[in-house]
Structure formats: C-alpha cells, structure tokens
Design a protein around this ligand. Sequence first.
Ligand code: PMP
Length: 291
Amino acid sequence: MWIFLNDRFVTEQDAKISVFDHGFLYGDGVYETIRSYGARIFMRDHHLSRLHRSADAIGLTVPIPPSEWPRLLHEAMDRNQLGNDQTDAYLRITVSRGVGEIGLDPALCQTPTVVIMAKPLHPPAAELYQRGVSLVIAQTRRNLPSALSPQIKATNFLNNILAKREAIAARVFDALLLNWEGHLTEGTVSNVFFISQGRLYTPSVECGLLDGITRTILLQMAGELKIPVHEGRFTPEELLHADECFLTNTSMEVMPVVSVNGQSIGHSTPGPLTRQLHRHFIDNRSRFLEP
Ligand code: PMP
C-alpha cells in the first residue's frame, strides 16, 4: 500500500511515525473517513470542510491547503489501483499535532503530521442489509459537548471504543451511546434514525453527536420522499417502541436495525421506509459524487 506521509507517498513499510507524535501520546489530532464510488468521491468537499473545521476547533493548522486535497486523494487512489470500475476506495485522512517533547502544550510540536491511507472499501455483507442488525445501548456515555465536542472528529475516540467493546461483548453489530442526560446520540461510528407512524426521527446535533454527512443527505432525501422529519431529544424508550430503525455512515450508507437490547423493533425485519430511503439513496447518490 502507498501511503501519503507529510509531503510524499511512501510504501506501507516506510510509513512510520515517531513515538513522540502527540497523536500517539495524547490522541491530539483529527481525521476523516471518506469513500469513493469508482473514481468519484462522495461528498468530498464536505468531508474536507469538516476536517478543517475539526482542526480549527482544536487550534491545529492543517499544513495542506484545501485546494491540494483532491489531487492527493486521487493520487492515493491511483497508486493503490483503487477508484476504478472494480474497486471503490476507503480513504482516511489523519492530521495530528505532530512530533514534540512530552507535555500537553501544543506549541511543543512544530509541524503537524499528515497521513492519507487508501484501501479497498469493503461494505458490510449483503446479508446484514437483508436481515438487519442488532444493537445494544451502551453504559458508556458520549462525551459532553463542553469537553471534547462530539462535533470534532478527533483521533481521541475512547468513549466510542468502550461502547464498541460493550457491543462485542454482547455479540451484536454495534452500540448506541446516550448523552449525559440519557438521551440518544449515535452509534459508535454512525448516526441513528428511527421511524414511528410514518415519521422519521433522529437526535439533533445539540444532543452531542457528529453531524454525519450521510445523515445530512438522508434528511434531504427524506424531504424528497415527503417523509416528515423530526430532529430532537429522544429517549431509548421512544426508540424501543419505534416501527423501524437504521444507522447511517459513509461506508455503510443505510443499515437496518431490527433489535435493540434484545427487544424487537417493529416486525424484526428491515422496515418499508428504511428500504425506500436506502433505495432512494442508491438511486441518487451520483448527485453527490465529486470528480
Ligand atoms: N458518528 C460518528 C461518531 C462517526 O464516527 C461517524 C463516521 N464518520 C458518523 C457518525 C457518520 O458520519 P458520516 O456520515 O459523515 O460518515
């Protein structure tokens, strides 16, 4: 695999960073996961804006000018024989504070570290979309917006990792995290939606969640399908009594959920509006691809 590291493409074996990198020492950095359909990148500029927003929020200056990213992303795909008719690409950009003496002061680091990885994208198995997946509600809470805002896509992801451990222990697909008030926020790497009596509900960004790019598109598509949308504060009980539920993110698109905490959602099969929304997403995603 060819990896972009700081200022050039190197092989996987040569893609090494220092043990003094503050990304490693303190989780001091930001990242984005992006995908392509063939050679075209889904919502590229939105992902790049979110990366720069996340970096700004932690006072990190991204050393790559925004206009350079498209060329670098395409070179990462080309060098790894990705982004063609056979293989969609999974792209990950990481920007850390960089190498510096031990200590929390960001000024100890002179130059941020930049990494771009490009791998073949492996979406979840078709069977999962057909049957739907199970979730648990994690004991671990999402971090407070006043601490590390969940809107910052930071490399410090421990709460979500602890929630993922709970999902693994329960042998289910994923976990949902609640916020400090016990309201629903999101999955460990996805946003959550539910449907009750023909209306679509999703926790609002103020609940403390990442404003997913797929979430934004999904809300727009629900509007196109004339499905009423409500963003707000919701309890786990409201979700457990819903007719349908699904998760969204860049690589999964729309994943139906059929049980939460061992309790069936709707009829324990992917619901009709979930299927309709995913179909509409598939039929229309080309509108959101950038060269
Ligand atoms: N929430 C979290 C915590 C995530 O890590 C992700 C994946 N980036 C999402 C939601 C979904 O975001 P997107 O639709 O932009 O992939």
